[in-house]
Ligand binder design. Structure first.
Ligand code: ADP
Ligand code: MG
Length: 275
């Protein structure tokens, strides 16, 4: 059983405090919905957990099964069982999807996975997600549609078999059919592997398919209210206005100039090679 514990986390980007004391515990088999208006720190939280160098933790703790995550490099965090499906998956020309996946799998094994087993598993996963078979052999995310990029993040998750996975707006860019395929695939994996999940989405439709066990709303760098599925439904029908009034909060105006965080810095290990 895995447990990710976040205690009083404060995170800064370029000197600006974005997270102002977030505490959260995610265990195996739990599905946590993370909601909140744009620009309030949802992606920042996930990026800080995964160890993106641009996000500086100034206070607080992140523990995975009691181990200090903040002391680990990004590749160590991945090997320890954490996974992040990014809001904006990066295109990596020159690296084929299959080479990337194989390198990532082998980096967490004592001896490399036999090529035949790898190909069989990769092809099955791509087929389960109803993706075109040639996507395995094209450069990572290059020229993929928005939906294909998002499904490809799920392919990575299925092959890397994390214990705690974070999905950042994985449903954006998916049509209704693709949404069901992705949701079913995530639920299937969650049931079979006891996966614990943090899922950022704005859409109740996606959460209806996933059935979150917990829900949290992040406003201005703090979790202001927690609940379960009923909270997701309330936000879907009433929006966030009532929260601002009830908790006397100031809306955060989203900074449009922000750069989506890039795989280039996120997937590189401290030794400078792909993990
Ligand atoms: P959310 O995911 O809730 O929409 P984010 O965590 O992406 O919000 O952003 C929170 C705040 O941090 C915003 O003000 C955003 O502009 C800023 N921010 C996020 N990422 C970066 C970055 N890489 N560089 C500079 N500012 C950033
Ligand atoms: Mg975001």
């Amino acid at each position: 059983m895995a447990e990710l514990k976040i205690e009083n986390l404060h995170v800064e980007i370029e000197g600006k405090e974005i997270l102002k004391g977030v505490s959260l515990v995610i265990k195996s088999n739990e599905i946590h919905a993370l909601m909140g208006p744009n620009g309030n720190g949802k992606s920042t939280l996930l990026a800080a957990i995964m160890g993106h160098p641009k996000y500086t933790v100034t206070e607080g703790k992140i523990l995975l099964d009691g181990q200090d995550v903040l002391a680990m490099s990004i590749d160590e965090r991945s090997r320890a069982g954490l996974f992040l499906a990014m809001q904006y998956p990066q295109e990596v020309p020159g690296v084929t999807n299959s080479d990337f996946l194989r390198a990532a799998i082998n980096a967490r094994r004592e001896s490399p996975m036999p090529l035949f087993s790898f190909i069989k598993e990769m092809e099955k996963t791509i087929k389960d997600l109803e993706m075109k078979p040639d996507l395995a052999h094209r450069f990572l995310n290059e020229g993929f549609s928005g939906g294909e990029k998002k499904r490809n993040e799920i392919v990575q998750m299925k092959l890397l078999k994390p214990s705690i996975a974070m999905l950042d707006e994985i449903d954006s860019g998916l049509d209704v059919d693709a949404l069901k395929i992705v949701a079913n695939s995530v639920v299937d994996m969650q049931k079979n592997t006891d996966l614990g999940l943090i899922v950022v989405s704005h859409y109740e439709r996606f959460y209806q398919l996933l059935k979150p066990t917990h829900a949290h709303v992040l406003v201005n760098g703090k979790i202001v209210i927690e609940g379960a599925e009923e909270l997701v439904t309330k936000i879907d029908t009433e929006g966030y206005d009532w929260l601002y009034k009830e908790f006397d909060l100031q809306p955060v105006v989203e900074d449009k100039k922000q750069m989506p965080f890039s795989l280039g810095s996120c997937a590189a290990s401290s030794k400078g090679k792909l993990v």
